[in-house]
Ligand binder design. Structure first.
Ligand SMILES: NC(=O)c1ccc[n+]([C@@H]2O[C@H](COP(=O)([O-])OP(=O)(O)OC[C@H]3O[C@@H](n4cnc5c(N)ncnc54)[C@H](OP(=O)(O)O)[C@@H]3O)[C@@H](O)[C@H]2O)c1
Length: 299
């Protein structure tokens, strides 16, 4: 398969590029450096020259070191998460090109009224329309709205990515590195399985639409910390905030979403996502510390 990846320099984009190349796909990375992505005719022209079989949009703005930064950079956040997907959708429609967009499960939040797991049929409830929400989540929900009528389009919702590669973007690394942790129960996504599922969508001709690409089940922060302790990769005194209120007062400027997503639709489509605890234990057992991870990735 000849593939174009937008955002191929990013955390998830790099994993998609590597995963696709290791399967033998020919991958071209398009980014702000080599194309005016926001100009429809420039993007169409670049895609016509490459003539790919499919496109994956891994470009987006999620803030560094975390989503609080999106509150300070609203214009870029809105452009990357809500405007850009619309332009890509127009370009792909014009070219009849199958494509997929990486969205986020953070457009849902467990509330007193919504305690259950969310499916693809549920309306997002952590959005500008149904606030309060973070600016980041609001723009990710808008990005999906823009694509409501998109043709030949997958929307993949990933949530709290983790893997065996130690890095500042890996959820497991964050738990090890943060000074204090917030107790919450969530669905989370193993990056390598997420990448395989994304690529399999095209190969297996999975019907276009929205898919929750999270590992089946949900885990609490305490459970993951316990698994980290048992794995022996970090021997520290994990400390927790007393409450979400304290976390908001001390460590955050914008609310976080916590939610459980149902991934039944993806499983029924034949996509492979292993049970959450199994995936975490596997990542911890094949853990690559950051200094070795950087070296091995570069090799
Ligand atoms: N990581 C997570 O925890 C997580 C969770 C759920 C969903 N997601 C979604 O997954 C996607 C990728 O996230 P990531 O963690 O891989 O992000 P990342 O590491 O920050 O990478 C973002 C990518 O998007 C590009 N980009 C950033 N701002 C842009 C803009 N204004 N216009 C065009 N391109 C822009 C960057 O390109 P440059 O090299 O040009 O900067 C980079 O290639 C995003 O849509 C994000 O919302 C991520």
């Amino acid at each position: 398969m000849r593939l174009v990846v937008l955002g191929g320099s990013g955390f998830l984009g790099q994993s998609i590029v590597q995963g696709a190349r290791s399967r033998g796909d020919r991958v071209t990375v398009l980014g702000r450096q080599n194309c005016n992505l926001y100009d429809l005719s420039s993007l169409v022209q670049a895609l016509e020259t490459i003539a790919p079989d499919a496109l994956i949009n891994a470009a987006g703005y999620s803030g560094r070191p975390n989503v609080d930064a999106c509150e300070m950079n609203k214009a870029e956040c809105l452009a990357a998460n809500a405007v850009l997907p619309g332009i890509i959708g127009q370009a792909c429609h014009q070219l009849g090109l199958p494509w997929g967009h990486i969205s986020s499960g953070c457009i849902f939040n467990k509330t007193e009224a919504a305690q259950r797991s969310f499916s693809e049929l549920d309306e997002p409830n952590f959005t500008f329309r149904q606030g309060p929400c973070s600016f980041y989540s609001g723009t990710k929900a808008l990005g999906e709205e823009v694509l409501q009528d998109a043709s030949q389009c997958y929307i993949w919702r990933i949530r709290i990515p983790f893997s065996n590669w130690d890095s500042e973007r890996n959820y497991l690394s964050k738990l090890i590195r943060y000074d204090r942790l917030l107790e919450a129960t969530n669905s989370i996504s193993e990056v390598n399985e997420f990448v395989s599922a994304v690529l399999d969508c095209f190969v297996m001709r999975v019907p276009f639409g929205i898919y929750h690409l999270t590992n089946p089940g949900a885990v609490s922060t305490t459970e993951v910390v316990q698994m980290i302790r048992e794995s022996g990769i970090a021997d520290k005194d994990f400390r927790f905030f007393n409450s979400e209120e304290e976390f908001m007062q001390v460590a955050a400027t914008t609310p976080r979403s916590n939610c459980i997503l149902s991934c039944q639709k993806a499983l029924q489509a034949g996509l492979k996502l292993s049970p959450i605890r199994e995936a975490i234990v596997r990542a911890l057992h094949s853990w690559v510390p950051e200094n070795q991870a950087l070296y091995q990735r570069a090799a």
